[in-house]
Design a protein around this ligand. Structure first.
Ligand code: ADP
Ligand code: PMV
Length: 510
């Protein structure tokens, strides 16, 4: 567990437009977090005084945004749920969350997820705060929560039950799951004095395709809530790496809670890579302790083709399937999982070798062979799908690379490592075939930034209507941006025009 850091006057979110930002204390958070953060009564008094000043000068937080990337698992999915290692890398497809605060008298907290046609508001004063703030249950922002509490889930049930009553039951279930996971995190972290606010999310990541869409929502909501509670410091460009790492760990811990609610038994690899970005070797051997996460700083720029089968899958179902198989054949499935682990470790070693060259045929062939083996092992665990096998068949037929499923399988996406020097003609033939057969194709760079913050929600460059002082992103603009391109153009961390001025990231690279 991370020890809570004492206040140093430089915590809290740093922003030019926020008159009194440097503080660790919570204007809207619980008393517990004030006590946890301060070193004795004098600093407590000082912080209370700061809060009073802030309340007078800045009664409402400015609208702000948070963004988190999707991921591909390059090696080790499923085995990672059973304590083995996995390698995952952030991709350039991202989710974007706009947080708008209402005036004090408005007591609604609203969740707006237009991508899944979900919108719901709750009266903050009617939520079950008493059970969540009971001393036996109350969690702090820095706690490591490793299990979902059944009593707390029961307490939020009445608030989830009336969500989307007119939707078909399968859609309703998804909405209720979103509502439940959000309320669980909101009630665990917040307090009744929380201001009315709206969380609006748009994503460029295909949903349920194995690219970690749910983890990006978990990361965005976790970061947003922790920022609202003023329990995070930065991000700012000169922030020491160790301090940045602590902030990321806090975000990641609560993102994991959200994922546990959605998926039941996640490994945590998705939320970890979405939080910290780039590429990592991830392993969680003991669920009561934080996972071992080793960043791969020099992760090679692998020539990857990402194909979407457009077959929807459920991560929970696929994970349950493997658990059942393991239960039925413990030794056999145990050996398969061990073999996946070996593949992952071998690949990590290989890619970290000094003479590994992402453009050389020999280096790529060795990684490619490991991908083929990993896919074969996943097939034996029963998590492939005929459409995934079809992609593999088409790629193999052209002889242009090595393919494996990525993520939970059962549909979703595959990745193909392309051989160097593949002719344009062969690639075109493959792409035409994929197109004809209804597959989707993504171009995405691997190893991008993790969670980012735009505070306030004002961008300084990138759009036509940009003018001096920047362009404010309001709810209307955000909701009316057309499709993925519109979202990227409006608020994208790169926006197709290179690094966007305004977005900031916690950087831990040494
Ligand atoms: N854009 C989105 N808006 C709202 N909820 C989303 C969005 N994308 C994903 N989700 C949530 O995540 C779930 C999909 O998660 P999961 O099955 O793990 O797929 P993935 O492989 O994409 O992470 C959805 O059912 C929904 O609850
Ligand atoms: C199958 C698994 O290893 C990865 C799931 O990824 P996704 O939800 O399909 O993006 C599950 C996990 O790691 O929690």
């Amino acid at each position: 567990m991370t020890t809570p850091r004492a206040t140093n006057g430089h915590n809290g979110f740093h922003s030019e437009s926020e008159p009194d930002s440097p503080s660790t204390t919570s204007t809207s958070g619980s008393e517990a977090s004030i006590n946890d953060l301060t070193n004795g009564t004098s600093s407590l008094r000082l912080n209370r005084r700061r809060n009073m000043v802030r309340k007078k000068s800045s009664p409402m937080m400015p609208a702000f945004m948070v963004s988190a990337p999707g991921k591909v698992i390059v090696f080790g999915e499923h085995a990672v749920v059973h304590g083995k290692a996995a390698i995952a890398a952030a991709i350039s497809l991202r989710s974007y969350l706009l947080v708008t605060t209402s005036s004090k008298s408005k007591r609604l907290v609203t969740l707006t997820f237009p991508d899944i046609d979900f919108n719901h508001a709750w009266n903050i004063d009617e939520l079950p705060w008493s059970i969540f703030s009971h001393p036996d249950k109350k969690k702090s922002y820095y706690d490591l929560v490793t299990a979902i509490d059944a009593e707390l889930v029961a307490a939020i049930q009445p608030y989830v039950a009336d969500v989307s009553p007119d939707k078909p039951s399968d859609i309703r279930k998804i909405h209720q799951n979103s509502a439940g996971s959000f309320l669980y995190m909101f009630l665990s972290l917040g307090s009744q004095s929380f201001p009315g606010c709206q969380y609006t999310l748009r994503s460029t990541i295909p949903i349920g395709a194995g690219l970690g869409s749910s983890a990006t929502i978990a990361v965005c909501l976790s970061a947003a809530l922790l920022l609202q509670l003023r329990t995070l410091s930065g991000p700012h460009p000169d922030q020491p790496h160790e301090e940045a790492r602590i902030q990321l760990e806090r975000i990641n811990r609560w993102a994991f809670v959200y994922e546990m609610f959605i998926h039941g038994n996640p490994s945590g690899v998705d939320n970890t890579v979405s939080t910290q970005g780039k590429a990592v070797v991830f392993q969680r051997t003991d669920y009561d302790r934080p996972p071992a996460v080793r960043p791969l700083w020099d992760f090679p720029t692998l020539p990857l083709l990402l194909v979407d089968t457009k077959v929807a899958k459920s991560t929970k179902n696929e994970v349950d399937k493997v658990a059942r198989l393991k239960h039925a054949h413990p030794k056999l499935v145990g050996s398969i999982l061990d073999a996946v682990d070996k593949v992952t470790q071998t690949s990590a070693d290989l890619m970290e070798e000094d003479d590994f060259d992402a453009e050389s045929e020999d280096s790529l062939r060795r990684v490619g062979e490991l991908m083929t083996i990993n896919h074969g092992l996943l097939v034996s665990l029963g998590v492939s799908h005929p459409r995934l096998e079809r992609v593999r068949e088409l790629v193999d037929h052209q002889g242009i690379g090595w393919t494996k499923l990525t993520g939970a399988g059962g549909g979703g996406c595959s990745i193909t490592l392309l051989k160097p020097g593949v002719s344009r003609e062969k690639l075109d033939t493959l792409e035409e075939q994929l197109d004809r057969e209804g597959f989707g194709k993504f171009e995405t760079a691997l190893g991008g930034d993790g969670v980012g913050v735009l505070w306030p929600a004002v961008l300084k460059n990138g759009m036509d209507e940009d003018h001096e002082g920047g362009m404010e992103i309001d709810l209307e603009k955000f909701l009316s941006a057309e499709g993925n391109e519109g979202v990227e153009r409006l608020v994208g961390v790169h926006g197709g025009v290179g690094e966007r001025e305004g977005w900031k990231f916690w950087r831990v690279e040494s």
